[in-house]
Design a protein around this ligand. Structure first.
Ligand SMILES: Cc1ncc(COP(=O)(O)O)c(C=O)c1O
Length: 415
C-alpha cells in the first residue's frame, strides 16, 4: 500500500512518517502468538496462564449492588468533571484508617482518577518541559515515562536488582542526571518484581527529593495487597506531602480493573496541577462508579479477603517452583512472583535447551509445557508468574498448581 498524505502528518513522537511500518513484534504479542500456536498444535490441551496482570474475579456482589443503586440516581447522571466530595472524603478516611496517614485534606489534597494509568498519563503534562529527566525504575510500568517523552523529556532508568532488594540505588545516579531530574516514579509493591518498599527506604526517598528538588510520584496500585501487616503508604513518611503524591486504584485492590477508578493524594499544588490538566483531558469518572469506589474504600476487608486468597496461592506456587529448581521466595505483597529465569533446561530424554534470555524461556514454557508467564530481560533475566490464574474454586486452584508441578517434573533447570 502506498503512503497517503496522512502518513506524513503523523507526529514524530509516535514514529512520524515511519509510524505503523515497523515489523518488530513486542513481548505481549509474542506471548499471544506462542499461545495460539501451542493451542493450534494441541487443540484439546489446557494452557495454564500465569501471565495475567489483573484479578481473576469480579468485584464483590455488594459493590456491584452499590453501583446499581448509584446508577439509578438522577443526580449522578451527568459529567462528573473533577468529582464530588464522596470519593475524596472516603479516600482521606481510607488513607488514615488503612495506611495510618493522618491529616490529608479531602478538599485540596485528593482528586479522583480514571485509574492510575490515566493519572500517570496526565501528570507529565503538569511537570515535564523539554529536556527534563524522569527517573523511572526498570523493569516497570512505563506510562509516565512514555508521556514524559511525548513532552520532550527523557527517561533515566534505575535498574531493580535482587542484590538491592529490587529498590533503586538512588546514590548511583550521576550528578548530571540529577541536575536535570524533575520526577522520580516509584511503584511498591512493585510490578513486576513483587518487591515491597520499607519505611527506611521511603524516608531516604523524601530526603533525596528534598536535596535534589525532585517530585516523587508513588504509584501504589498494589499497595493494599499485602500478606502481612498494614499497607505501606509513601504518604505515611514524614515530609512526603512536601515532595510528592501517591496514586491509589481500586483496580487490583477491589477486583475493579474495568471500572476505572482511583485517586491521587498528597502535595496540594501537585494535586491541583493534576486536576487542571485532568479537567482539560477527561470529564471525570461516572459518579456512580466513584461512589461505589468510595464504598470500597470504606470496606477494606474486601481487599483483605482478596489478599488472603493471593497469599494462599502464593504459598503453593512458591513450593511448586522451588521443587522445580527455581529460587522462588514469597513476596510481601502484590500478586506477582518474580523468579530468575533458567539458563538451560535438561529434559528426561537427555535433550538440553539453552536459553539466551527470559523471553526464550517464556516462549519455550508456552510451546513445550503450555505454561504462560511474562518474561523480563530489562535488569537480568526473570519470569513473572501471577497468582491471578483462572481456577473455579480452591480444589481447582490445587489442580492447576499440581498440573504445573507435573508438567515441570520431567525437566531439570540450570541456573
Ligand atoms: C504498576 C502499575 N501501575 C498502574 C497500573 C494501572 O492501574 P489502573 O487500572 O488503576 O489504571 C498497573 C496495571 O497493571 C500497574 O501494574
Amino acid at each position: 500500500m502506498s503512503d497517503t498524505y496522512i502518513q506524513n502528518l503523523i507526529a514524530d513522537r509516535i514514529g512520524g512518517c515511519q509510524y505503523g511500518k515497523s515489523t518488530a513484534i513486542y513481548k505481549f504479542e509474542k506471548i499471544k502468538r506462542a499461545k495460539r500456536a501451542a493451542l493450534a498444535a494441541n487443540p484439546n490441551a489446557e494452557i495454564i496462564d500465569m501471565g495475567v496482570g489483573e484479578p481473576d474475579e469480579m468485584a464483590f456482589p455488594e459493590v456491584v449492588d452499590r453501583l446499581a443503586q448509584e446508577a439509578r440516581k438522577p443526580e449522578n447522571r451527568g459529567y462528573a468533571d473533577n468529582g464530588d466530595a464522596v470519593l475524596k472524603e472516603a479516600a482521606a478516611r481510607y488513607l488514615e484508617k488503612v495506611c495510618g496517614v493522618r491529616g490529608i485534606n479531602p478538599e485540596t489534597e485528593v482528586l479522583h482518577s480514571i485509574g492510575s494509568k490515566a493519572a500517570l498519563s496526565i501528570l507529565p503534562a503538569a511537570l515535564i518541559n523539554p529536556g527534563d529527566v524522569v527517573l523511572m525504575t526498570t523493569p516497570g510500568y512505563p506510562v509516565f515515562g512514555t508521556h514524559s517523552k511525548y513532552y520532550g523529556g527523557a527517561v533515566h532508568n534505575l535498574p531493580l536488582i535482587q542484590a538491592h532488594a529490587f529498590l533503586p540505588d538512588l546514590d548511583a545516579i550521576p550528578a548530571e542526571i540529577l541536575r536535570k531530574a524533575k520526577a522520580l516514579v516509584l511503584n511498591y509493591p512493585n510490578n513486576p518484581t513483587g518487591a515491597s518498599a520499607t519505611p527506611e527506604f521511603f524516608a531516604k526517598v523524601v530526603a533525596f527529593a528534598q536535596k535534589n528538588n525532585i517530585v516523587v510520584i508513588h504509584d501504589a496500585a498494589y499497595a493494599a495487597l499485602v500478606f502481612d501487616g498494614r499497607p505501606l503508604s509513601f504518604l505515611a513518611t514524614p515530609g512526603a506531602k512536601e515532595v510528592g503524591i501517591e496514586l491509589h486504584s481500586t483496580s487490583k485492590s477491589f477486583n475493579m480493573t474495568g471500572w476505572r477508578c482511583g485517586f491521587v493524594a498528597g502535595n496540594e499544588l501537585l494535586v491541583k496541577a493534576y486536576g487542571d490538566v485532568k479537567d482539560n483531558t477527561d470529564s471525570g469518572q461516572f459518579l456512580a462508579i466513584q461512589h461505589a469506589a468510595a464504598y470500597c474504600l470504606d470496606h477494606p476487608q474486601i481487599t483483605e479477603q482478596i489478599a488472603a486468597k493471593y497469599s494462599r496461592r502464593m504459598d503453593a506456587l512458591v513450593q511448586v517452583l522451588r521443587a522445580a529448581g527455581f529460587d522462588a521466595k514469597k513476596p510481601r505483597g502484590s500478586f506477582f512472583l518474580y523468579v530468575k529465569a533458567p539458563g538451560a533446561a535438561l529434559k528426561k530424554d537427555g535433550g538440553r535447551i539453552v536459553f539466551k534470555s527470559a523471553e526464550e524461556v517464556s516462549q519455550w514454557l508456552i510451546t513445550e509445557q503450555r505454561i504462560s508467564t511474562v518474561p523480563w530481560d530489562d535488569a537480568g533475566a526473570y519470569l513473572r508468574f501471577s497468582v491471578t490464574f483462572i481456577a473455579r474454586d480452591q480444589a481447582d486452584e490445587k489442580r492447576v498448581l499440581d498440573e504445573i508441578a507435573r508438567r515441570l517434573s520431567d525437566v531439570r533447570f540450570e541456573f
